[in-house]
Design a protein around this ligand. Structure first.
Ligand SMILES: [Zn+2]
Length: 155
């Protein structure tokens, strides 16, 4: 896959690209330090704009106005809030995933060194353990994201 530009990350963060493409970006992120730093920069900018657009006083005020008027404004505010929360949830899950991967990387690196000193044919075993942990992390992230979506739908 090609590198992801900052403009593409901005579109990703704004929830303006298809789900399949997001997954592609995310998978690339885990294997590319260059795109990770570009993503982090885009995320910092996005967080600043979310503070202004998503969580200022306008939300509750808009809610009150729409209750007086009959509902249409509230619906768009709810939609925007949901999008912002989903984006933020996704960021935290990605950050959590990285933490786990980095920790796992450190743990398995020392494990590999230890095992190597005991027997030299254990590289394959360590590799599959790492992959297993990465799989579990992704499954866990998917589960949480699904729960969040269901939660929003029930609101
Ligand atoms: Zn890249």
């Amino acid at each position: 896959m090609n590198h992801v530009s900052e403009a593409q990350w901005v579109a990703y963060l704004a929830d303006e690209i298809p789900e399949a493409l997001k997954i592609e970006y995310e998978n690339h992120l885990y294997s590319c330090d260059k795109c990770l730093s570009v993503y982090m920069e885009a995320m910092e900018k996005e967080e600043t704009s979310l503070d202004i657009e998503g969580f200022d006083i306008a939300g509750p005020v808009m809610d009150s106005i729409s209750r007086l008027k009959g509902g249409s404004v509230e619906e768009s505010w709810q939609h925007r809030k949901e999008k912002s929360l989903r984006t933020i949830t996704r960021h935290y899950l990605i950050a959590a995933g990285f933490t786990i991967l980095l920790m796992a990387g450190g743990v398995f690196q020392s494990l590999t060194e230890y095992v190597d000193s005991v027997e030299s044919s254990s590289d394959k075993k360590t590799q599959s353990l790492t992959e297993d942990l990465i799989d579990k992390t992704f499954t866990w992230m998917d589960t949480i994201e699904k729960k969040n979506k269901e939660g929003f739908r029930n609101e």
